[in-house]
Design a protein around this ligand. Sequence first.
Ligand code: PLP
Length: 229
Amino acid sequence: MNNIAEQLGAAYQNIAENCQQQGRDLSSISLIAVSKTKPIAAIEAAYQAGQRQFGENYPQELVSKATELASLAELNWHFIGPLQSNKSKLVAEHANWVHSIDRLKIAERLASQRPAALAPLNILLQVNISDETSKAGINPTQMLQLADAVSALPQLTLKGLMAIPAPGDSERAFAAMQQLSKNLQQHYPAATELSMGMSDDWPLALKYGATMLRLGTAIFGARTYERNE
Ligand SMILES: *Cc1c(COP(=O)(O)O)cnc(C)c1O
């Protein structure tokens, strides 16, 4: 697991260099280490190297990892995968962030299921920015309506937007997301987060204003399998 610390260090250095080149403030950027399908030991290795933000795609996997690692202080879980109604309670009880809200119904469930003893759940609205029929996410024209509804719910805090562009559409999509984020911030000045960019396209995302980079492969190596729940 030694190379996890090395790859993490290299990623942070790369991000710092990119920020400098692009005149971005490094302190406004967070790296989410996407640990889906990876073992507990990999997460512990990254944590020991100083990493605190982790991303997971599957509710059940999030719960088992969060439960096992509950003693690690300041560890934050970002739920970044598709969320079905019957799994919302698991996420409401274990995540700190949800990046994939594209339906009011799920937001309402999270709001009612979020334990009162926990801080409000941080919410990003997922935008289907490449307009793919197969992909999750709202149409950009629905953004303000969903933002209004979500921000009125208790136990949730609207923080910004998330997107996963189609292959080949990254630059146009990132630019469009930057514009959408500006529109959102005119109505919700605190909703400044923009979650976009993965292992193979994050420098471009950074150029167009990304504040949260979701890196899996670059930190933990290739995934040997994908799960479906
Ligand atoms: C798996 C996943 C990532 C990480 O992808 P890599 O290419 O391994 O960096 C980021 N975001 C989402 C939504 C994912 O599902």
